[in-house]
Design a protein around this ligand. Structure first.
Ligand SMILES: [Ca+2]
Ligand SMILES: [Ca+2]
Length: 174
């Protein structure tokens, strides 16, 4: 069974975009650029992209503020793992991130996310293609291969909540 620790490891690896073993401001700007590039083709307006960049920026500031125990300006895996001890400190940040990402997935605002854009955005975050497909299927796409924004949004919130187990997003681990 997937444990919270497995997911925390994966989240850390995804956030460590430049793979230097530490989370830093640079990782979050790199990921924001990738997600922005994935979204750009879909002609979402500027506001959702700005919201997404702001959400990544806040995410980093929250991690730095709450978890950089030795105050060296970067967050090691050991420091990051302490997030399980106080999940409530990350609630607002995770909600903003989930809203921003899922909104990017629905540029026409019909409440549905098309498979292709979902895949593009999740690849930009760094998930593996097979896991992305498994998650999309678990969301129960409709006959036009679309999922509900609200379902994805809820899954993002669960996923980045360090203490939760047995969630749909566990398809992304392993
Ligand atoms: Ca890094
Ligand atoms: Ca540190």
């Amino acid at each position: 069974m997937t444990t919270a620790v497995d997911r925390i490891k994966l989240i850390f690896e995804l956030f460590d975009v430049d793979r230097n073993g530490f989370l830093e401001a640079r990782d979050f700007s790199l990921m924001a650029e990738r997600v922005d590039a994935a979204a750009a083709a879909e002609a979402a307006g500027d506001a959702p992209r700005r919201a997404m960049r702001a959400a990544f920026s806040r995410y980093w500031e929250t991690l730095r503020h709450e978890l950089d125990a030795n105050r060296d300006g970067r967050v090691s895996y050991e420091e990051f793992a302490a997030c399980v001890l106080s999940p409530e400190k990350f609630e607002g940040t995770i909600v903003e991130f989930a809203d921003a990402l899922s909104t990017l997935g629905d540029p026409d605002g019909d409440g549905l996310v098309e498979h292709e854009l979902f895949t593009e955005l999740m690849l930009a975050i760094g998930f593996a293609p097979d896991n992305i497909d498994a998650l999309f299927d678990a969301f129960g796409p409709d006959d036009q291969d679309r999922i509900e924004v609200s379902v994805w949004n809820g899954s993002i919130r669960d996923y980045y909540h360090p203490e939760k187990t047995g969630i749909t997003g566990d398809h992304l681990v392993g």
